[in-house]
Design a protein around this ligand. Sequence first.
Ligand code: ZN
Length: 322
Amino acid sequence: MTLPKIDNLEIKKVTEDILLVQQIKHPFFFSCCDGLLILTRKGRNNSTISLDLNIEPKYVRLLNKFYGPISDYICSHGHLDHICHVHSWEKLGATIHAPYPESNFLIDLHYFYKGFNWDEGLEYKTVEHFGKLNGYKKCTKVNTFSPGETLKFEDFSIDTISLPGHSKAHIGFLLPKEKVIHISCLGFDKPNPEKEGYGPWYGFRNTSISQYLEDIDKSEEIFLQRARFLTSSHSYIVENPDLSPFEYMRKKIRNNQKKVDKALIRCNCTQASEDSAVKLLLEMDLFFPKSKLKGVVYDIYRFWESWIIRKHIQRSKVFRPL
Ligand SMILES: [Zn+2]
């Protein structure tokens, strides 16, 4: 099978009939994620299935020309880089599936606003504007499932894996017969083996670092025991028994903790109220170069960083809250 050449798309074979697709350049910060196309196979699925491939509508239309019709699209969670272009798959006739309750975020951005507790720090119009910058358009109808459920499409089955540290409804996918695990947005985001990414992300109230560490262990075990290939939302294909994705994610979290501990000591606030320590550390641009950002983007990054810092302060061994 020869793969189509489409400008700005990288298409790679994971197996003979499963493709990892990536939009190389993105129109804005959180507008795209890589995903899988499950091509047709006699006796398994008669139409193509798309797994969490959130790319711009023009590329969705091009892929549909090569591989359509697309019967089903499965979304991994409600973050903007996984929901903003899903409407374009629906428009081409795909049935959309997403884990509850983040499934609602595909239908109305107000749910996204409330569901991720943006209302504690930002106005709706800020988040709405950020959604527009990323190309968010809503879907008409979304079928829901619970994280952990097995989904079946004709004779193709997918085990969804609950990985709630990143986001309460966040799931990975295990394709048991094909021996592929897709860990979605867990935090393996190296563009290539030599280059670093940001790593695990936990910038909302309902994220959890301790849960994150459990999710990393859990997906590592499934990869080792049941899969041959590992893919994710922002990286390359890894083959069993290469455990570097898991080591990378754990190391990133460890280093983030060190960064916060050092900053607490440097600014002399190892004994303070949690709120005032967060406030002080936020001025240090520990995680994002906020001094270079402006407007809505600045507001959004500041909001996220406040949670990342808070989560680490709560786990810090050098901090004693007053
Ligand atoms: Zn995410």
